[in-house]
Design a protein around this ligand. Sequence first.
Ligand SMILES: Cc1cc2nc3c(=O)[nH]c(=O)nc-3n(C[C@H](O)[C@H](O)[C@H](O)COP(=O)(O)O)c2cc1C
Length: 184
Amino acid sequence: MIFELIKNRRAVFPAQYNDKPLSEDALKKVLEAANWAPTHRRTEPWRFKVIRGNSKLRLGEFMAHKYQEIEQRPKKVKIKKLRENPVRSAAVILICMQRDPEERLPEWEELAATAMAVQNMWLMCTAMGIGCYWSSPGLITYMDEFVQLSEGEKCLGLFYMGYYDEEPPLVGRQPIADKTLWLD
Ligand SMILES: Cc1cc2nc3c(=O)[nH]c(=O)nc-3n(C[C@H](O)[C@H](O)[C@H](O)COP(=O)(O)O)c2cc1C
């Protein structure tokens, strides 16, 4: 049932990933799911950079260095995490958004469409037993120094992925009734 899938989707972090590799077919399936997100004016603004193999190492090094460069008092634990998270993952997908060059719609709609593409990936991963989560550290604004971005393309985060053994705990939600107004 789609409701069960939605409810069972969890943020699964790199510390929980095992060593099982992720096939290219599995990655392509997840990306294909992203591509079916709704899109106003069909700008299809989502863009992805798939980071595997040695690039994971490069990404970790880049983030650890950048963090130390921009932070006045960098924390050791954070440096370690930034360096290790990509390597612990089977793959990392950089989540990017390509702004419509003609700006035919407000930016928020293209951010929203990209977020919907990420939800599609997240649900697809849940269905395939792949752990994942969207990470949005402050240093994503420097990601154009790691990978070339097009004019008007923005990095919105990292999508860490990996298989895992232990079920993550259910993270509850406040009641929907508190967030809904019914007008009859
Ligand atoms: C846009 C976005 C950015 C996020 N960024 C982070 C992040 O930087 N670090 C983090 O630990 N979790 C991040 N998350 C994941 C949330 O922490 C997670 O969804 C939340 O704890 C609820 O848990 P659940 O997804 O398992 O229900 C992000 C989620 C979204 C939607």
